[in-house]
Design a protein around this ligand. Structure first.
Ligand code: GRF
Length: 216
């Protein structure tokens, strides 16, 4: 089967893009990253794409008069590269309903909390402030409400006494780097179905939660 052609949207560091590029470098991985697009020209993630010989494009949001004009240009850039599926990886722009609907069920995001807890900005700090003992990350389909949509998989990590925002974020990030390539693989293998607004994953039974470290 031909590899699923994936576009990655990002705004910054790009460590999740890197995890996807690394996974896709394996011959048997069922998806291929065909373009990385950033709204910021200085996003370090763009260099990660270039190093992997993946086209890297910048679409500066300030060049567009409104959000939908930006989103239409984004859509055109994705189409130009033959993208079939989009992964958000630290993309710090709100997408319009026009874009979200156009890519419905072909657009996923990763968020560094166990959704629906701690939506929005600084979820790691929110988790610490709430005093939870477990946090993690969530890979989910994108819907119009921020950080909502059918959950594909989650990885849990402990919150350890003495953690600060950075130590917790680093532990969650390690889990993200396993979860995102796994979620994309399951999708590209055709094992992910959305039923209502819940996801069923064929072949992994009840283990939709990956315990981390170690769970793969
Ligand atoms: C990650 O924590 C991701 O979950 C969130 O934004 C961050 C992006 O990090 N959506 P990176 O750019 O992938 O390193």
């Amino acid at each position: 089967m031909a590899a699923l052609k994936v576009g990655v949207l990002l705004s910054g560091r790009g460590s999740n893009l890197q995890a996807l590029l690394d996974a896709a470098a394996a011959a048997r991985y069922p998806a291929k990253i065909v373009v990385a697009i950033s709204n910021r020209a200085d996003a370090p993630g763009l260099d990660r794409a270039r190093r992997a010989l993946v086209p890297a494009e910048t679409l500066p949001h300030r060049a567009f008069h409104d959000r939908e004009a930006f989103d239409r240009a984004l859509d055109a850039a994705l189409a130009k590269h033959g993208v079939e599926f989009v992964c958000l990886a630290g993309f710090m722009r709100l997408l319009t309903p026009w874009f979200v609907d156009r890519w419905r069920d072909r657009l996923i995001n990763i968020h560094p909390s166990l959704l629906p807890a701690f939506k929005g900005l600084e979820p790691q700090a929110q988790a610490l402030a709430a005093g939870v003992r477990v946090s993690g990350c969530t890979v989910h389909f994108v819907r119009n409400d921020v950080d909502s949509g059918p959950i594909i998989l989650q990885a849990a990590v402990p919150v350890i006494d003495g953690d600060n925002r950075d130590t917790l974020a680093a532990r969650i990030l390690e889990a993200e780097h396993r979860a995102y390539p796994l979620a994309l693989r399951l999708i590209a293998e055709g094992r992910v179905r959305i039923e209502g607004e819940r996801v069923a994953v064929a072949g992994i039974g009840a283990s939709g939660i990956l315990m981390s470290p170690g769970g793969r």
